[in-house]
Design a protein around this ligand. Structure first.
Ligand code: DGL
Length: 275
């Protein structure tokens, strides 16, 4: 049966992450593409992804994409940097719809921004270990020098509500002192949670370092891709957002309501292992 293009345009964007962090990406999509419907999935039963093996990240990503397809999505954004770094290339080959991640968007913005070609990247252990940011940056700018640093404590700091506490400054100092003393002029916040520490990281590194937020850049990328493919939604009804998690719906809801520009009322829990 042939589906009309006008029907396909109305379908939602699937956005997924290991948990709440990807809401920083969903928030940018809501801001930059206010006409797009969104189905968000947070894999709260199996987080953190940052310390898991590549094989498991690929398996989780496949299951989530299968679930999102049951929600009739027209495109998928892997909001999680760890899953983007480790699973995007594999799942892109396996599924027949546009799937984008955060890495290329972040790397491209950093290459455009840097003057010294010395770029810092911070992320989870999995993201930094994978070297995916470094590879993509070097494809775009072969002369670039990339300094990576895993900052695993940043995720629990943000999730436990310590992003604005002085303890955050102490952890930033421990992780980022070497970067501060280096001659990088651009830094990628290569993890979903780090935009919520952005102002403190900026204050710590000072004016000489530009900060790249892949969440913002990914929403820009999505906009461009939807327009190129003629998949962008034309405003004809109220935008709809749906949220699903694999565990701890109430905790997710509290976090979502602390960072999203509107009130989330319903979070549905599903068993992701069924997909
Ligand atoms: N969402 C993950 C990322 O962006 C951080 C949280 C986790 O480790 O699951 O890499």
């Amino acid at each position: 049966m042939k589906v009309e293009m006008t029907e396909i345009k109305k379908r939602p964007i699937g956005v997924f992450d290991s948990g709440v962090g990807g809401l920083t990406v969903a928030r940018e999509i809501m801001r930059q593409l206010p006409d797009e419907n969104i189905v968000y999935f947070g894999d709260t039963a199996r987080l953190p992804y940052g310390s898991k093996s590549k094989d498991n990240i690929i398996r989780f990503s496949r299951q989530i994409i299968r679930f999102l397809l049951t929600r009739n999505v027209k495109a998928i954004v892997i909001a999680c940097n760890t899953a983007s770094a480790q699973a995007l290339d594999v799942v892109k080959e396996e599924f027949d719809l546009p799937i984008i991640g955060t890495i290329t968007a972040g790397a491209r913005a950093a290459v455009q921004e840097t003057r010294s070609r010395k770029i810092g990247v911070i992320g989870t252990e999995g993201t930094i270990r994978s070297q995916t940011y470094t590879e993509v940056i070097r494809e775009l700018e072969p002369e670039a020098e990339v300094m990576g640093k895993a900052c695993p404590l940043f995720v629990p700091l943000v999730e436990e509500g310590f992003a604005k506490h002085h303890i955050a400054d102490e952890v930033i100092d421990i992780y980022l002192r070497e970067m501060k003393e280096s001659d990088i002029d651009t830094m990628i916040l290569g993890c979903t949670h780090y935009p919520l520490l952005r102002s403190r990281i900026m204050a710590y590194l000072g004016d000489k370092v530009s900060i790249v937020n892949p969440a913002y850049e990914t929403a820009m990328d999505l906009k461009r891709i939807l327009e190129e493919k003629g998949l962008n939604n034309d405003r004809d009804s109220l935008t709809k957002y749906e949220f699903y998690v694999s565990d701890a719906a109430e905790k997710f809801k509290q976090f979502a309501n602390s960072i999203l520009p509107y009130n989330v009322e319903t979070i549905q829990q599903i068993n992701i292992e069924d997909y």
